[in-house]
Design a protein around this ligand. Sequence first.
Ligand code: ZN
Length: 70
Amino acid sequence: MRRSCPHCEAPARIRTSEAQSALSRITKYQCSNIDCCHVWVEGSEVLYSIVPSASPNPTVKIPVRYKERN
Ligand SMILES: [Zn+2]
């Protein structure tokens, strides 16, 4: 996934990315613009499944939403 700096919008590089669990990850980014040098941390997590796994891990519990209706 490409990410740009939230301040100057230059492309960002991933410095580190660590799994916190089977469902979440913490990623440290660094801006490629030498006039900016912003470094920041982002988190990502599994929110829900839209198609359930055919080989589910019994220790992983993810809610299923088949279709969002308006
Ligand atoms: Zn920047």
